[in-house]
Design a protein around this ligand. Sequence first.
Ligand code: HEC
Length: 113
Amino acid sequence: MIKVMCAASALRALLAAVLLLPVAAWAGGDATAGKVKADTCMGCHGIANYANVYPSYRVPKLGGQHPEYIVSALKAYKSGERSHPTMHAQAAQMSDQDMADIAAFLSAAPQAK
Ligand code: HEC
């Protein structure tokens, strides 16, 4: 069962990587680098069902979100203009390039159902 799930997610990752290439060029971010940088985000902003892995609270959907929106949200968390301790901690260490890469990856992730 676990093996089957791993194969499926590997295939999905591969598919996503192929599909993301044109978007990465357009957004000015590198979706392949973004996928690696967004790894920690997935614990909360899981792509599969857009729910937190902890069932106690939900997080905003990020997959399919406009890259400009993701970048501006991250900048707002970083500057403190948008206040949220968890997301401030996430964004505080990011460079503009990190944000662009992550946005390129997330924006091209499958849309929520
Ligand atoms: C510990 C859980 C957690 C982690 C890890 C996390 N986030 Fe979040 N994120 C949240 C929560 C909760 C919110 C909603 C905050 C709010 O109300 O402003 C949020 C909000 C956001 C938003 C704004 C979405 C919107 O619709 O306005 C963006 C963009 C975002 N996160 C990106 C990221 C990225 C990129 C990472 C990884 C670098 C990340 N998050 C890691 C919990 C998390």
